[in-house]
Write a protein that binds this ligand. Sequence first.
Ligand code: SF4
Ligand code: ZN
Length: 273
Amino acid sequence: TISTYKMFETDDKIAVAGSGGKDSLSLLHILTDIEKNFPQTSVYAITVDEGIKGYRDEALKYAAKNCQELGIKHEIVSFKEMYKITLDELADIIRSKEKELSPCSYCGVLRRRALNTAARQIGANKLATAHNLDDETQTILLNIVHGDTIRIARVKPVLDSEHPKLIQRVKPFCEVPEKEIALYAYLKKIEFQSIPCPYAPTALRNDLRKMLNTMEEKHAGTKFAIFRSIERIRPALETAAERERLRDCKLCGEPTSGEVCKPCQMLQKLHIL
Ligand code: SF4
Ligand code: ZN
């Protein structure tokens, strides 16, 4: 996958988004291993501490332990220091004020921003995330269900760097089924966190996951076929989807397609900004 999509150059400074789960820690082990053959490449790990009591604190320990074993520099960036609020506190506000969005919707947007900022601060030019084939096919179906064709075109193995402040994101595991990553982690005896997040998606994504797993069991290769189909039609989707020019958010200066970026909109909505 890495060579098919030309994900890396030999002198890349790669930040790996490491949550402490099996996927991100396996990716960290694999990229550290590959990096040994490329002395000009460097690998760092970034963990976002969303502030989820009893969950993220444990994951942080696994992330730190693995980084120590691998001799990798580990950056931790927290919601509390970036946004002045933890996800637990945010979830309380959502429960009292907000009906439509789940904590996960906020978490995803705010974590992406935190990862990009942290990667930029350490001087990385690539940000590797451990999204696997299962994640990717679920996202494709989610975007189809939401009728969001522009996002189908945009979410891909190597994301376009559309703004100088956006670190290019790459997904080396996008063609690897989750089960194979679990097997790798098991065989390599990688210690990782296995308890699920208390806010783990309960809605649509979960239903799609179950549906895809049932399909895969009955018709092996379904997930890969969905992934490949989108790969084939993406050029047409990209042409059809009008490119939105990114500019600087008028509140925080980060890249956005509108006047105010999504994280600022969300924080404003909850009266945190
Ligand atoms: Fe954040 Fe949701 Fe993932 Fe928990 S399950 S870490 S709330 S995105
Ligand atoms: Zn902003």
